[in-house]
Design a protein around this ligand. Structure first.
Ligand code: ATP
Length: 370
Protein backbone atom coordinates (compact mmCIF):
# COMPACT_ATOMS: atom_id res chain seq x y z
CA UNK A 1 0.00 0.00 0.00
CA UNK A 2 2.04 2.95 -1.27
CA UNK A 3 -0.25 5.14 -3.38
CA UNK A 4 2.04 8.12 -2.79
CA UNK A 5 4.62 6.38 -4.96
CA UNK A 6 2.13 5.73 -7.75
CA UNK A 7 2.13 8.62 -10.23
CA UNK A 8 -1.38 7.63 -11.41
CA UNK A 9 -2.92 7.61 -7.93
CA UNK A 10 -5.12 10.63 -7.22
CA UNK A 11 -4.92 12.18 -3.77
CA UNK A 12 -8.15 11.91 -1.80
CA UNK A 13 -7.54 14.92 0.41
CA UNK A 14 -5.63 17.91 -0.95
CA UNK A 15 -4.36 20.94 0.90
CA UNK A 16 -2.95 23.25 -1.77
CA UNK A 17 -1.09 26.36 -0.62
CA UNK A 18 -3.20 26.57 2.51
CA UNK A 19 -2.54 29.44 4.91
CA UNK A 20 -4.41 30.18 8.13
CA UNK A 21 -3.96 33.49 9.90
CA UNK A 22 -5.39 34.50 13.25
CA UNK A 23 -4.99 38.28 13.05
CA UNK A 24 -1.31 38.76 12.24
CA UNK A 25 -0.36 35.34 13.50
CA UNK A 26 0.30 32.71 10.83
CA UNK A 27 -0.78 29.35 12.27
CA UNK A 28 -0.53 27.43 8.97
CA UNK A 29 1.89 28.73 6.40
CA UNK A 30 1.37 28.08 2.66
CA UNK A 31 1.07 24.36 3.22
CA UNK A 32 0.61 21.73 0.54
CA UNK A 33 -0.25 18.18 1.57
CA UNK A 34 -1.85 15.28 -0.29
CA UNK A 35 -3.38 12.31 1.51
CA UNK A 36 -4.62 9.15 -0.21
CA UNK A 37 -7.77 7.07 0.12
CA UNK A 38 -7.46 4.47 2.91
CA UNK A 39 -4.30 6.01 4.18
CA UNK A 40 -3.61 6.24 7.91
CA UNK A 41 -1.94 9.61 8.03
CA UNK A 42 -0.39 11.30 11.08
CA UNK A 43 0.27 14.98 11.65
CA UNK A 44 3.04 15.13 14.19
CA UNK A 45 4.52 18.17 15.88
CA UNK A 46 4.98 20.06 19.11
CA UNK A 47 2.43 22.23 20.81
CA UNK A 48 1.25 25.14 18.67
CA UNK A 49 2.74 23.94 15.36
CA UNK A 50 -0.67 24.19 13.68
CA UNK A 51 -1.64 20.54 13.42
CA UNK A 52 -5.06 20.91 15.07
CA UNK A 53 -5.80 23.98 12.96
CA UNK A 54 -5.10 21.93 9.84
CA UNK A 55 -7.54 19.26 10.99
CA UNK A 56 -10.18 21.83 11.92
CA UNK A 57 -9.96 23.42 8.49
CA UNK A 58 -10.48 20.02 6.90
CA UNK A 59 -13.49 19.40 9.14
CA UNK A 60 -14.86 22.84 8.28
CA UNK A 61 -14.73 24.30 11.81
CA UNK A 62 -12.20 26.84 10.66
CA UNK A 63 -12.01 28.72 7.34
CA UNK A 64 -8.82 28.99 5.31
CA UNK A 65 -7.16 32.40 4.82
CA UNK A 66 -5.58 31.32 1.52
CA UNK A 67 -5.34 28.21 -0.61
CA UNK A 68 -7.77 25.39 -1.18
CA UNK A 69 -8.85 22.14 0.44
CA UNK A 70 -10.27 19.46 -1.82
CA UNK A 71 -11.88 16.22 -0.67
CA UNK A 72 -12.59 13.45 -3.15
CA UNK A 73 -12.40 15.96 -5.99
CA UNK A 74 -14.74 18.47 -4.37
CA UNK A 75 -13.55 21.90 -3.23
CA UNK A 76 -14.58 22.32 0.41
CA UNK A 77 -14.74 26.13 0.36
CA UNK A 78 -18.01 27.28 1.87
CA UNK A 79 -19.22 23.77 2.67
CA UNK A 80 -20.38 23.55 6.30
CA UNK A 81 -18.99 20.81 8.59
CA UNK A 82 -22.13 18.69 8.62
CA UNK A 83 -22.13 18.44 4.83
CA UNK A 84 -18.53 17.25 4.61
CA UNK A 85 -17.87 13.48 4.36
CA UNK A 86 -15.69 13.87 7.41
CA UNK A 87 -16.12 13.23 11.10
CA UNK A 88 -13.93 14.34 13.92
CA UNK A 89 -13.13 12.62 17.18
CA UNK A 90 -11.92 14.98 19.84
CA UNK A 91 -9.27 14.60 22.51
CA UNK A 92 -11.74 14.92 25.36
CA UNK A 93 -14.22 12.64 23.56
CA UNK A 94 -17.09 14.42 25.22
CA UNK A 95 -19.78 11.78 25.58
CA UNK A 96 -23.21 12.86 26.81
CA UNK A 97 -23.04 11.81 30.49
CA UNK A 98 -26.78 11.33 30.98
CA UNK A 99 -27.18 9.09 27.92
CA UNK A 100 -26.50 5.38 27.67
CA UNK A 101 -23.74 4.11 25.43
CA UNK A 102 -26.32 3.12 22.81
CA UNK A 103 -27.95 6.54 22.86
CA UNK A 104 -24.59 8.24 22.59
CA UNK A 105 -23.77 6.25 19.47
CA UNK A 106 -27.26 6.77 18.04
CA UNK A 107 -27.25 10.53 18.59
CA UNK A 108 -25.86 11.68 15.25
CA UNK A 109 -27.88 9.12 13.30
CA UNK A 110 -31.09 10.34 14.92
CA UNK A 111 -30.23 13.93 14.07
CA UNK A 112 -29.82 12.85 10.47
CA UNK A 113 -33.34 11.42 10.54
CA UNK A 114 -32.34 7.79 10.05
CA UNK A 115 -35.15 5.25 10.59
CA UNK A 116 -35.37 3.72 14.08
CA UNK A 117 -34.75 0.12 13.02
CA UNK A 118 -31.79 1.12 10.92
CA UNK A 119 -30.36 3.07 13.84
CA UNK A 120 -30.72 0.05 16.12
CA UNK A 121 -28.90 -2.17 13.63
CA UNK A 122 -26.15 0.35 13.13
CA UNK A 123 -25.66 0.87 16.86
CA UNK A 124 -25.40 -2.88 17.46
CA UNK A 125 -22.87 -3.32 14.67
CA UNK A 126 -20.83 -0.40 16.03
CA UNK A 127 -20.86 -1.89 19.54
CA UNK A 128 -19.67 -5.17 18.10
CA UNK A 129 -16.93 -3.43 16.15
CA UNK A 130 -15.48 -1.78 19.25
CA UNK A 131 -16.11 -4.92 21.36
CA UNK A 132 -18.61 -3.33 23.72
CA UNK A 133 -21.70 -5.46 22.98
CA UNK A 134 -22.30 -6.01 26.70
CA UNK A 135 -22.10 -2.34 27.60
CA UNK A 136 -24.82 -0.70 25.49
CA UNK A 137 -27.07 0.13 28.44
CA UNK A 138 -24.39 1.63 30.65
CA UNK A 139 -23.78 5.32 31.20
CA UNK A 140 -20.32 6.74 30.41
CA UNK A 141 -19.40 7.04 34.11
CA UNK A 142 -19.86 3.28 34.46
CA UNK A 143 -17.10 2.63 31.93
CA UNK A 144 -13.32 2.67 32.09
CA UNK A 145 -11.35 5.36 30.25
CA UNK A 146 -10.48 2.93 27.48
CA UNK A 147 -14.09 1.83 27.08
CA UNK A 148 -15.27 5.45 26.92
CA UNK A 149 -12.69 6.07 24.26
CA UNK A 150 -14.10 3.17 22.23
CA UNK A 151 -17.64 4.51 22.60
CA UNK A 152 -16.45 7.86 21.27
CA UNK A 153 -14.82 6.08 18.38
CA UNK A 154 -18.01 4.11 17.66
CA UNK A 155 -19.98 7.34 17.75
CA UNK A 156 -17.64 9.08 15.37
CA UNK A 157 -17.74 6.30 12.77
CA UNK A 158 -21.44 5.42 13.13
CA UNK A 159 -22.33 7.80 10.30
CA UNK A 160 -19.78 6.06 8.09
CA UNK A 161 -17.77 9.13 7.21
CA UNK A 162 -15.24 8.66 4.43
CA UNK A 163 -12.61 10.36 6.50
CA UNK A 164 -12.15 10.19 10.24
CA UNK A 165 -10.16 12.94 11.89
CA UNK A 166 -8.71 12.13 15.28
CA UNK A 167 -7.27 14.88 17.44
CA UNK A 168 -5.02 13.29 20.09
CA UNK A 169 -7.46 10.37 20.30
CA UNK A 170 -5.53 8.43 22.93
CA UNK A 171 -4.28 11.35 25.00
CA UNK A 172 -6.31 10.46 28.07
CA UNK A 173 -5.30 6.80 28.24
CA UNK A 174 -2.47 5.30 30.24
CA UNK A 175 0.55 3.87 28.43
CA UNK A 176 -0.54 0.24 28.28
CA UNK A 177 -4.08 1.00 27.16
CA UNK A 178 -2.76 3.51 24.66
CA UNK A 179 -0.58 0.88 23.05
CA UNK A 180 -3.42 -1.64 22.88
CA UNK A 181 -5.80 0.91 21.49
CA UNK A 182 -3.30 1.94 18.82
CA UNK A 183 -3.47 -1.58 17.38
CA UNK A 184 -7.26 -1.62 17.66
CA UNK A 185 -7.45 1.65 15.74
CA UNK A 186 -5.22 0.24 13.02
CA UNK A 187 -7.36 -2.90 12.70
CA UNK A 188 -10.52 -0.83 12.61
CA UNK A 189 -9.18 1.48 9.93
CA UNK A 190 -8.21 -1.54 7.81
CA UNK A 191 -11.54 -3.31 8.32
CA UNK A 192 -13.62 -0.25 7.50
CA UNK A 193 -11.42 0.89 4.62
CA UNK A 194 -11.53 4.49 5.86
CA UNK A 195 -9.04 7.30 5.57
CA UNK A 196 -7.75 8.31 8.99
CA UNK A 197 -5.96 11.55 9.74
CA UNK A 198 -4.64 11.65 13.28
CA UNK A 199 -3.07 14.57 15.09
CA UNK A 200 -0.56 13.68 17.74
CA UNK A 201 2.46 15.07 19.52
CA UNK A 202 3.50 11.53 20.45
CA UNK A 203 6.10 10.25 18.00
CA UNK A 204 5.77 6.63 19.06
CA UNK A 205 2.06 6.77 18.43
CA UNK A 206 2.57 8.24 14.96
CA UNK A 207 5.28 5.68 14.16
CA UNK A 208 3.12 2.76 15.29
CA UNK A 209 -0.07 3.64 13.49
CA UNK A 210 0.61 5.74 10.44
CA UNK A 211 1.37 4.79 6.85
CA UNK A 212 2.95 8.21 6.49
CA UNK A 213 3.80 11.01 8.88
CA UNK A 214 4.03 14.74 8.29
CA UNK A 215 6.35 16.37 10.82
CA UNK A 216 5.29 19.98 11.38
CA UNK A 217 6.91 23.05 12.90
CA UNK A 218 5.71 26.67 12.88
CA UNK A 219 2.79 25.97 10.54
CA UNK A 220 4.94 24.25 7.93
CA UNK A 221 5.63 20.66 7.02
CA UNK A 222 9.28 19.80 7.52
CA UNK A 223 9.15 16.24 6.22
CA UNK A 224 6.51 13.87 4.88
CA UNK A 225 7.55 10.22 4.75
CA UNK A 226 6.92 6.72 6.06
CA UNK A 227 7.84 6.07 9.69
CA UNK A 228 10.96 4.16 8.61
CA UNK A 229 12.14 6.95 6.31
CA UNK A 230 11.49 9.60 8.93
CA UNK A 231 13.50 7.63 11.47
CA UNK A 232 16.32 6.38 9.25
CA UNK A 233 16.67 9.37 6.96
CA UNK A 234 15.49 12.54 8.67
CA UNK A 235 15.83 15.51 6.33
CA UNK A 236 16.75 18.02 9.04
CA UNK A 237 18.05 18.39 12.57
CA UNK A 238 14.55 19.25 13.65
CA UNK A 239 13.11 15.95 12.47
CA UNK A 240 16.11 13.94 13.69
CA UNK A 241 15.77 15.45 17.12
CA UNK A 242 11.99 15.29 17.28
CA UNK A 243 11.77 11.59 16.44
CA UNK A 244 13.50 9.26 18.85
CA UNK A 245 16.91 9.64 20.39
CA UNK A 246 19.81 10.79 18.29
CA UNK A 247 23.49 11.71 18.39
CA UNK A 248 24.52 14.75 16.38
CA UNK A 249 28.18 15.39 15.54
CA UNK A 250 28.82 18.86 14.12
CA UNK A 251 31.84 19.48 11.96
CA UNK A 252 33.41 20.73 8.77
CA UNK A 253 33.22 18.76 5.54
CA UNK A 254 36.66 17.44 4.54
CA UNK A 255 35.47 15.75 1.38
CA UNK A 256 32.18 14.93 -0.25
CA UNK A 257 31.91 12.77 -3.34
CA UNK A 258 29.87 9.84 -4.66
CA UNK A 259 31.63 7.45 -2.28
CA UNK A 260 30.45 9.40 0.75
CA UNK A 261 31.32 12.22 3.07
CA UNK A 262 34.11 12.86 5.54
CA UNK A 263 33.56 15.23 8.42
CA UNK A 264 36.18 16.80 10.71
CA UNK A 265 34.56 17.12 14.13
CA UNK A 266 37.64 18.58 15.87
CA UNK A 267 40.12 17.02 18.28
CA UNK A 268 41.79 15.26 15.36
CA UNK A 269 38.72 13.11 14.68
CA UNK A 270 37.28 12.59 11.21
CA UNK A 271 34.03 10.68 10.78
CA UNK A 272 33.01 8.94 7.56
CA UNK A 273 29.56 8.29 6.16
CA UNK A 274 28.47 6.55 2.97
CA UNK A 275 25.64 9.03 2.84
CA UNK A 276 26.02 11.49 -0.03
CA UNK A 277 24.25 14.78 0.17
CA UNK A 278 24.69 18.17 -1.38
CA UNK A 279 27.27 19.28 1.20
CA UNK A 280 30.56 20.69 -0.09
CA UNK A 281 34.13 20.47 1.20
CA UNK A 282 34.79 23.33 3.61
CA UNK A 283 31.14 23.73 4.55
CA UNK A 284 29.51 22.99 7.89
CA UNK A 285 27.55 19.77 8.29
CA UNK A 286 26.45 17.26 10.90
CA UNK A 287 26.51 13.50 11.11
CA UNK A 288 23.34 12.23 12.69
CA UNK A 289 23.21 8.72 14.09
CA UNK A 290 20.80 6.75 16.28
CA UNK A 291 21.95 5.21 19.60
CA UNK A 292 21.28 1.63 18.50
CA UNK A 293 23.72 2.06 15.61
CA UNK A 294 26.56 2.77 18.05
CA UNK A 295 28.67 -0.01 19.53
CA UNK A 296 30.53 0.22 22.81
CA UNK A 297 33.66 -1.75 23.55
CA UNK A 298 36.57 -1.77 25.93
CA UNK A 299 39.16 -2.26 23.21
CA UNK A 300 39.61 -0.06 20.19
CA UNK A 301 37.75 -1.79 17.35
CA UNK A 302 40.18 -2.83 14.63
CA UNK A 303 38.07 -2.58 11.54
CA UNK A 304 35.94 0.47 11.69
CA UNK A 305 36.30 3.92 10.21
CA UNK A 306 34.51 5.66 13.03
CA UNK A 307 35.89 5.08 16.50
CA UNK A 308 36.17 7.54 19.38
CA UNK A 309 37.39 7.04 22.91
CA UNK A 310 35.76 8.24 26.10
CA UNK A 311 34.62 7.13 29.50
CA UNK A 312 31.44 5.49 30.72
CA UNK A 313 29.27 8.24 32.15
CA UNK A 314 25.81 6.71 32.76
CA UNK A 315 24.31 3.25 32.50
CA UNK A 316 20.54 2.82 32.42
CA UNK A 317 19.13 -0.71 32.45
CA UNK A 318 15.66 -0.58 30.87
CA UNK A 319 14.88 -4.29 30.73
CA UNK A 320 14.66 -4.80 26.99
CA UNK A 321 17.78 -2.76 26.46
CA UNK A 322 20.55 -0.90 28.22
CA UNK A 323 21.35 2.71 27.41
CA UNK A 324 24.92 3.93 27.84
CA UNK A 325 26.11 7.51 27.96
CA UNK A 326 29.77 7.80 27.06
CA UNK A 327 31.63 11.05 27.53
CA UNK A 328 34.10 11.72 24.72
CA UNK A 329 37.38 13.63 25.10
CA UNK A 330 35.60 16.60 23.57
CA UNK A 331 33.06 16.56 26.39
CA UNK A 332 30.21 15.47 24.09
CA UNK A 333 28.03 12.73 25.52
CA UNK A 334 27.29 9.90 23.09
CA UNK A 335 24.17 7.83 23.60
CA UNK A 336 24.44 4.15 22.70
CA UNK A 337 21.80 1.50 23.25
CA UNK A 338 22.21 -2.21 23.27
CA UNK A 339 19.40 -4.74 23.06
CA UNK A 340 19.44 -7.27 25.91
CA UNK A 341 18.72 -10.24 23.68
CA UNK A 342 20.26 -12.62 26.18
CA UNK A 343 19.70 -12.32 29.89
CA UNK A 344 22.30 -10.11 31.45
CA UNK A 345 23.11 -10.71 35.07
CA UNK A 346 25.79 -8.08 35.42
CA UNK A 347 26.56 -5.29 33.01
CA UNK A 348 29.94 -5.82 31.34
CA UNK A 349 30.78 -2.15 31.86
CA UNK A 350 30.97 0.12 34.88
CA UNK A 351 31.16 3.86 35.45
CA UNK A 352 34.45 5.59 34.64
CA UNK A 353 35.61 2.66 32.46
CA UNK A 354 37.70 3.76 29.52
CA UNK A 355 35.53 2.98 26.50
CA UNK A 356 35.40 3.11 22.74
CA UNK A 357 32.32 3.97 20.76
CA UNK A 358 32.20 3.11 17.08
CA UNK A 359 29.81 2.86 14.19
CA UNK A 360 29.73 1.77 10.57
CA UNK A 361 29.89 4.19 7.67
CA UNK A 362 26.36 3.23 6.61
CA UNK A 363 24.93 3.93 10.05
CA UNK A 364 24.18 7.62 9.97
CA UNK A 365 23.11 10.44 7.71
CA UNK A 366 24.83 13.70 6.82
CA UNK A 367 22.84 16.90 7.11
CA UNK A 368 24.12 20.15 5.64
CA UNK A 369 23.79 23.47 7.41
CA UNK A 370 20.16 24.62 7.45
P1 ATP B 1 -1.45 21.56 20.47
O1 ATP B 1 -0.82 20.21 20.34
O2 ATP B 1 -0.92 22.34 21.62
O3 ATP B 1 -2.94 21.53 20.37
P2 ATP B 1 -1.38 22.40 17.70
O4 ATP B 1 -0.21 22.09 16.87
O5 ATP B 1 -2.58 21.58 17.52
O6 ATP B 1 -0.92 22.41 19.21
P3 ATP B 1 -3.02 24.61 16.92
O7 ATP B 1 -4.14 24.37 17.85
O8 ATP B 1 -3.21 24.24 15.51
O9 ATP B 1 -1.70 23.93 17.49
O10 ATP B 1 -2.62 26.13 17.00
C1 ATP B 1 -1.60 26.68 16.21
C2 ATP B 1 -1.33 28.09 16.64
O11 ATP B 1 -2.44 28.93 16.32
C3 ATP B 1 -1.10 28.25 18.14
O12 ATP B 1 -0.03 29.13 18.35
C4 ATP B 1 -2.40 28.81 18.66
O13 ATP B 1 -2.17 29.65 19.76
C5 ATP B 1 -2.92 29.60 17.48
N1 ATP B 1 -4.38 29.61 17.45
C6 ATP B 1 -5.19 28.54 17.32
N2 ATP B 1 -6.49 28.91 17.31
C7 ATP B 1 -6.50 30.25 17.43
C8 ATP B 1 -7.55 31.24 17.48
N3 ATP B 1 -8.84 30.91 17.38
N4 ATP B 1 -7.16 32.53 17.62
C9 ATP B 1 -5.86 32.87 17.70
N5 ATP B 1 -4.84 32.01 17.66
C10 ATP B 1 -5.15 30.71 17.52
Amino acid sequence: FEPWNDPDAKPYIRFDGVTKKFGDFVAVDDLTLHIYHREFFALLGGSGCGKSTLLRMLAGFESTSEGSITLDGENMAGIPPYRRPVNMMFQSYALFPHMSVEKNIAFGLKQDGMARSEIDDRVQSMLKLVKLEQFGKRKPHQLSGGQRQRVALARSIAKRPKVLLLDEPLGALDKKLREETQFELMDLQQDLGLTFVVVTHDQEEAMTMADRIAVMNYGRIIQIATPAEIYEAPNSRFVADFIGDVNIFDGTVVSADPTGTELDIGGGIALRSDNQTNVKAGGKASLVIRPEKIRVSREKPADTANAMSGEMWDIAYLGDMTVYHIKLESGQIVKASSLNAVRIVADPFTYDDRMWVSFDTDGGVILGEE
